[in-house]
Write a protein that binds this ligand. Structure first.
Ligand code: B12
Ligand code: SF4
Ligand code: SF4
Length: 312
């Protein structure tokens, strides 16, 4: 490999860190075989529940060449969000600015920078949950971190309270090596903290039992069993994140994320009183806006029932 290519890569990585990402790595855009096998197993076993969109484009998720011919490298980044200041009913990642927009804008700026330092046209495409990509698999391949038993990617020194994003590039950049790191060892804190048994085995999630899936992804009304499983959560669930020793409260978050106090303090009672326009105003700019008021109220009714049951 030429010294120039290495220098370019390190210049890009430094820019990514300067923009606020806590980690940046590079992988060759070659098929990810191990991650695809895990993915197929999830679909074949029905663990994805009613997320029908996960059944499409299976091969492409592990091989970006199939939807972006000519792509040679996958640049993977992580952006840390703040630890909750107090327990709330909405996951910490959803009481702040929508990561799709924030990470997407930062990746667009990084791409502009890359174009400015190359003396040739550079084709690039940013992805934050917006293309069929196995984001954790790519982050692992790029040496950004390792997947823990809660199935989330852990970045050394920053934990798993991080969003992932990618830039697909037609540049032939030297790939980084995956980390030689077993972050979990004998720890089982996340498996023990999951109230529903959704973490069926280390690294294997059964979404049908996951509160995050039930409150965010499930479109229909709950069955009685599903409603009982959601505890007092209105959107998402943070138990397996909060339990992880790598997610210390002092880990530095991206300063551009500013928790919305009204969302941190939202109760099921208040959620049930919201009108449509109040809902849109309250959730504007956050990832939870896409839930819609009907499903927020579904979640709030279940949370209230669970609260009353736990008192009796
Ligand atoms: C569908 C989806 C969900 C589904 C299913 C989650 C899942 N684990 O599959 C639901 C709705 C439940 C969900 C919930 C959450 N999600 Co989500 N989700 C996604 C999405 C869109 C696709 C994930 C996917 O393809 N899953 C299918 C499975 C098979 O793939 P996988 O988990 O990546 O597979 C790996 C593991 O299974 C692992 N593995 C397999 N076997 C074993 C065995 C061992 C021992 C180990 C250690 C690992 C391991 O290897 C595979 C390859 O890396 C991604 C974005 C994306 N496009 O990738 C975000 C994403 C994974 N979600 C994210 C977040 C933040 C969450 C929540 C924390 C939100 C919340 N607070 O409520 C929860 C966490 C729940 C959990 N413990 O996973 C982040 C995770 C960031 C990170 N640090 O990893 C992502 C990457 C979005 C983003 N751009 O930042 N999510
Ligand atoms: S998000 Fe909640 S329900 Fe889902 S695996 Fe983690 S702890 Fe379990
Ligand atoms: S809580 Fe323990 S087992 Fe779970 S991901 Fe963190 S280190 Fe791994």
């Amino acid at each position: 490999m030429s010294e120039k290519r290495l220098t370019m890569k390190e210049t890009i990585r430094q820019k990514a860190l300067d923009l606020g990402f806590c980690a940046c790595g590079f992988a060759a855009a070659k098929p990810l075989s191990g991650a695809l096998a895990e993915y197929r197993a999830m679909i074949d076993e029905g663990r994805h529940g009613e997320m029908g969109y996960l059944e499409t484009g299976l091969e492409a998720r592990a091989n970006p060449e199939l939807f972006l011919p000519g792509v040679k490298s996958v640049l993977s980044v992580a952006l840390p969000w703040p630890a909750p200041t107090k327990p709330g009913a909405i996951s910490g990642y959803a009481v702040i600015q929508d990561y799709h927009r924030v990470v997407g804008e930062m990746l667009a700026e990084l791409l502009e920078f890359i174009r400015s330092i190359y003396k040739q046209p550079v084709y690039g495409r940013a992805c934050v949950d917006s293309l069929p990509m196995l984001e954790k698999g790519w982050a692992e391949a790029a040496g950004v971190g390792c997947t823990g038993k809660n199935s989330l990617l852990i970045v050394p020194g920053h934990g798993s309270r991080v969003f992932l994003g990618e830039l697909l590039l037609d540049l032939d950049l030297e790939p980084d090596l995956p980390l030689d790191w077993n972050p979990c060892g004998d720890c089982t804190a996340c498996l023990d903290a999951c109230p529903t048994g959704a973490l069926a085995a280390p690294g294997k999630l059964d979404a049908r039992r996951c509160i995050s899936y039930l409150t965010i992804e499930l479109k229909r009304e709950f069955t009685d069993e599903e409603a009982a499983a959601t505890e007092d959560w209105l959107y998402g669930c943070d138990h397996c994140l909060d339990a992880c020793p790598y997610n210390t409260d002092s880990a530095a978050a991206f300063p551009g994320f500013d928790p919305k106090e009204e969302l941190v303090n939202l109760t099921p009672e208040k959620a049930l009183e919201l009108t449509n326009s109040q809902f849109r105003k309250l959730f504007a700019g956050t990832p939870a806006l896409r839930l819609g008021l009907r499903r927020l109220k579904r979640n709030a009714r279940a949370a209230l029932t669970n609260k009353h049951k736990s008192r009796n």
